[in-house]
Design a protein around this ligand. Structure first.
Ligand code: DC
Length: 217
C-alpha cells in the first residue's frame, strides 16, 4: 500500500498533476475537491444557501457521493462536467466549512484510502484524511501565476475570462480555505513543499515522481 497525499490551494494544477502521477505509478486517483463541488452543485440545484447548515445537513441525509475510476457521482449521476464553474468553486469553498459536509466527504475519502493505493488530493489530506500517508506533498504557486493559468485555460477552451475577477476569486478562496475552523488548508509538518510557479506540467509531474521514488527506496 502506498498513499500519496497532495494538498494545496486552488488553481495549482493539483488535479492534472495528481491524475498523471497516479497513472504513472498505477495508483487510484481521488479528487476530494470534486466531492465538495458535487455537494455544492446540489445546494445550488436545490436553492439552498451555502450558509444554511441545517438545510445542508438535511439534504445530505438523502445524498450519496461516490468517487470511482477518476469520476465523481452525485446520487449516481456523473457530474464531472458540471462542477468546474466559478459558481461551483466558490460554493464548494463555502459549504466545505460545515462539519456535516466534511464528515460526508471524509467518510468516502477515508474508506477509499483504507482499501486502495491512492493519490489523493485536496486541502486536508496530509493533515486530517490520511495523516499517516507514506508520501505528503504541499503544492502551491503564486496567486498571480494560478490566475494566469486559469485565464489561459478558459481562453484556450473558447470561453470568456476576466483576469482580475479570476485573481480576486483565487484570493478569496485561498483566504476562506485557510481560515476556516475545521481542518483548514495548511502544510502538514512532514509534507514536502513544492512551489510550482516556475515548473511546466511535465516538470511538476517529474518532481512529484522523484519525491515518491525517494520515499520508496
Ligand atoms: O480542489 P478544488 O478546487 O476542487 O476544491 C474545491 C473546494 O472544496 C475548495 O475551495 C475547498 C474544498 N475542499 C476542502 O475543503 N477540502 C478538501 N480536501 C478539498 C476541497
Amino acid at each position: 500500500m502506498i498513499r500519496v497525499a497532495i494538498d494545496g490551494p486552488g488553481g495549482t494544477g493539483k488535479s492534472t498533476i495528481a491524475k498523471a502521477v497516479a497513472a504513472r505509478f498505477g495508483l487510484e486517483y481521488i479528487d476530494t475537491g470534486a466531492m465538495y463541488r458535487s455537494i455544492a452543485l446540489k445546494t445550488i440545484r436545490e436553492g439552498i444557501s451555502p450558509a444554511d447548515e441545517s438545510a445542508i445537513a438535511e439534504m445530505l441525509g438523502t445524498t450519496t457521493i461516490d468517487f470511482d475510476s477518476g469520476c465523481v457521482f452525485l446520487d449516481g449521476e456523473d457530474v464531472g462536467s458540471l462542477i468546474r464553474t466559478n459558481e461551483v468553486s466558490m460554493a464548494a469553498s463555502n459549504v466545505s466549512r460545515h462539519a456535516c459536509v466534511r464528515a460526508k466527504v471524509d467518510a468516502v475519502s477515508k474508506h477509499l484510502a483504507a482499501t486502495k493505493s491512492v493519490v489523493m488530493e485536496g486541502r486536508d489530506i496530509g493533515t486530517a484524511v490520511i495523516p499517516d500517508a507514506e508520501v505528503k506533498i504541499f503544492m502551491t504557486a503564486a496567486p498571480e501565476i494560478r490566475a494566469q493559468r486559469r485565464y489561459d485555460q478558459l481562453i484556450k477552451a473558447g470561453k470568456e475570462a476576466d483576469y482580475d475577477e479570476i485573481f480576486r476569486e483565487i484570493q478569496q478562496r485561498d483566504y476562506q480555505d485557510s481560515h476556516r475552523e475545521l481542518n483548514p488548508l495548511r502544510q502538514a509538518d512532514d509534507a514536502v513543499y513544492l512551489d510550482t510557479s516556475d515548473l511546466t506540467i511535465e516538470q511538476n509531474i517529474d518532481a512529484i515522481a522523484d519525491i515518491i521514488n525517494e520515499k520508496n527506496t
